[in-house]
Design a protein around this ligand. Structure first.
Ligand SMILES: NC(=O)c1ccc[n+]([C@@H]2O[C@H](COP(=O)([O-])OP(=O)(O)OC[C@H]3O[C@@H](n4cnc5c(N)ncnc54)[C@H](OP(=O)(O)O)[C@@H]3O)[C@@H](O)[C@H]2O)c1
Length: 247
């Protein structure tokens, strides 16, 4: 059931996070939106409210552990509990290693890995205490196989895969009933390509997405399905992408 569930979404200001927030709210979920662009969050939350849904928002930089704790606190203060967290914030500045985009490498690790760790560190005590909860995370098809240009980005998404699987296993062993769901999208039309600083990689990705990209609502539907499943059932992994894309 999605109705009345309190769901935190990181990276909710555009793309997959925004589409998921709008969909979950339309199904009666109480959504808590986090990202750095507060103006965008305000607009999305107002839209949701105008459509009869419930949304609150707060500035969130996932690289800052205090921000992650604060958004969990916002959810509790606003709605009294937390049922799920969608760890979705991410960047994808792909480039060949030979381009030595070292700053991009570190920023990608900080947001895509440390950001996930900060989110889990903030929510785990809550879920352990209530012996229920769901952690969802956005990996990528680049977290399932190696792509040129994706050594670092792909590495962060392989990390998410392993981390989420161990979270699922340990939760089952410890009896905390935490459902762990990882999604592996292929080309989805969002603002993600804006994070690519290497000109050659940006052009190649632009062409790939122009040819194959599908709407972020497709991913939102899968996230909604995973949250909607009965509490005794974990929808563990989903790979989702354009029918035309040969991966
Ligand atoms: N689009 C695809 O083809 C695709 C494929 C596979 C996986 N993914 C993954 O899907 C996730 C969502 O990306 P998207 O495609 O929806 O792209 P997007 O439209 O660029 O959304 C990325 C979101 O992450 C947020 N974000 C970035 N850095 C952040 C930080 N430090 N703290 C908090 N939020 C931050 C952005 O918000 P602010 O800039 O406002 O902070 C934005 O809301 C990412 O993890 C991405 O790797 C996407």
């Amino acid at each position: 059931m999605i109705k009345d569930k309190v769901i935190i979404i990181t990276g909710a200001s555009s793309g997959i996070g925004e589409a998921t927030a709008r969909l979950l709210a339309s199904k009666g979920g109480k959504v808590v939106l986090g990202a750095r662009r507060i103006d965008k969050l305000k607009h999305i939350a107002e839209d949701i409210g105008a459509a009869g849904g419930q949304a609150v928002y707060q500035e969130l930089d996932v690289t800052n552990p205090a921000h992650s704790k604060a958004i969990v606190a916002l959810a509790q203060e606003s709605f009294g509990r937390v049922d799920a967290i969608f760890l979705n914030a991410g960047i994808m500045p792909t480039s060949p290693l030979s381009a030595l985009k070292v700053e991009d490498w570190h920023e990608t690790v900080d947001i895509n890995i440390t950001g996930v760790l900060n989110g889990v560190a903030a929510i785990l005590p809550v879920f352990i205490e209530q012996k229920s909860g769901q952690v969802l995370a956005t990996s990528s098809v680049a977290g399932l196989k190696a792509y040129p240009g994706s050594a670092v980005y792909g590495g962060t998404k392989w990390f998410v895969r392993d981390f989420m699987e161990v979270l699922r296993i340990e939760s089952a062993m410890e009896g905390t009933n935490i459902r762990a769901t990882t999604i592996y999208p292929a080309a989805i039309n969002t603002e993600l390509l804006g994070s690519i600083s290497d000109a050659g990689s940006a052009e190649a990705m632009k062409q790939l997405y122009a040819q194959h990209g599908i709407s972020p609502e497709r991913i939102a539907n899968v996230i909604a399905f995973a949250i909607d499943a009965p509490e005794d059932t974990t929808i563990n992994e989903f790979t989702v992408g354009p029918t035309t894309q040969p991966w």
